[in-house]
Design a protein around this ligand. Structure first.
Ligand code: SAM
Length: 334
């Protein structure tokens, strides 16, 4: 089977797989405590796809031309023995396999993940200022422990990118120190505009620090120049330090939407296929799997969903769309 294209001519190239809807952080912009408190009901274990089911679905995506898989969540390292899943997926020929984590459990896991075949890793970190970081993760987790995780990944030979979500009035002052620190460490820093995902974070456009402003903040101290994307559909716009000391990326999904090039499918922890981060409904692949569907039937189901895909939420975003019901990022997979 070859490549499948949606109604806007976009191929299916990347798959983000959420392996759990649980997280050990309560980042204020993602899983605020008031909503994801003690009483919040996360998915029961039997509702989660098993590793074998995830592998089968991944092979079906690959049959449609998917080349890259990112494991995410919730916090993917909370899923027990995740390295076993990594090994199973790393055995699929030609697949670029990566993972996004908050880094809390990374120091203990980095080597096992690398040994299992993980190619690269993205660690989310919103500030080097311990007070600001603790306030943002809202579980009093210290920066030092995330930095230890990053060091362990680098030592294990995993290339590391660092994702930083910037929210106005919360961590703008952390942008420049982050740029300095990760330039020195040889990690690519990616600055992410705060998005209106889900409906629990109380998003307002005023809270978004536009990517152009983020680039100017860094450029004023560490001169930058734009560089070409690595491939079609790359979400980050790339800039390199003019002195040759590395690069940064900005993900401007609010101020410069990139729906036209979006080649991404998402699989939620309970096995639903979503064709947009801002989708309101998914397509239940778990039911198919558990009803005994063949590989051909699974591939046909994915193919027909993709063929009908016309999502371009970020291009249509307006005051009217902000209040639409949306699925939480921790569920659908960030
Ligand atoms: N727990 C893992 C982590 O922290 O990287 C993986 C899941 S998390 C949902 C994936 C990424 O989404 C993180 O980098 C996080 O900062 C980002 N994110 C969450 N909510 C966001 C929002 N409202 N706007 C922009 N990025 C967001």
């Amino acid at each position: 089977m070859g490549s499948v294209a949606d109604t806007l001519g976009r191929p299916l190239r990347d798959v983000r797989i959420s392996v759990t809807d649980r997280c050990n952080f309560r980042c204020v912009y993602c899983m605020p405590k008031e909503v994801f408190g003690r009483d919040f009901e996360f998915l029961a274990r039997e509702k989660l796809l098993s590793f074998e089911e995830i592998e089968r679905v991944t092979r079906a995506f690959v049959a449609h031309g998917a080349e890259k898989v990112r494991l995410t969540g919730g916090e993917p390292l909370l899923r027990r023995e995740l390295e076993h899943l990594v090994a199973m997926l790393a055995a699929i020929p030609g697949l670029d396999l990566t993972l996004t984590t908050n880094g809390a459990l990374l120091a203990a896991k980095a080597q096992a993940l690398k040994d299992a075949g993980l190619r690269r890793i993205t660690v989310s970190l919103d500030s080097l200022d311990d007070e600001v970081f603790r306030a943002m993760n809202d579980v009093d987790f210290s920066v030092i422990r995330v930095l230890e995780g990053i060091d362990a990944a680098v030592d294990a030979g995993l290339p590391v990118k660092v994702n930083m979500v910037v929210k106005r009035g919360l961590n703008e002052d952390s942008v420049l120190p982050m740029a300095h620190a990760f330039r020195e460490r040889g990690c690519i820093l990616r600055l992410i505009e705060y998005m209106d995902v889900g409906h629990t974070n109380g998003w307002r456009l005023d809270d978004v620090v536009p990517a152009a402003e983020l680039v100017s903040m860094i450029d004023a101290a560490l001169p930058l120049e734009p560089i070409e994307a690595n491939y079609r559909g790359e979400v980050a716009r790339r800039y390199r330090y003019r002195d040759g000391s590395g690069e940064i990326g900005v993900i401007a999904s609010v101020t410069q939407p990139f729906c036209g090039d979006c080649t991404r499918a998402r699989l939620s922890a309970d096995g639903s296929l979503y064709t947009c981060l801002f989708a309101t409904r998914g397509h239940d692949l778990r039911a198919l799997l558990r009803a005994g569907a063949s590989d051909a039937e699974l591939e046909a189901a994915i193919g027909s969903v993709w063929l009908a895909r016309g999502d371009r939420y970020s291009e249509l975003r307006s005051a009217a769309t902000v209040d639409l019901p949306k699925v939480e990022m921790s569920f659908i997979g960030g």
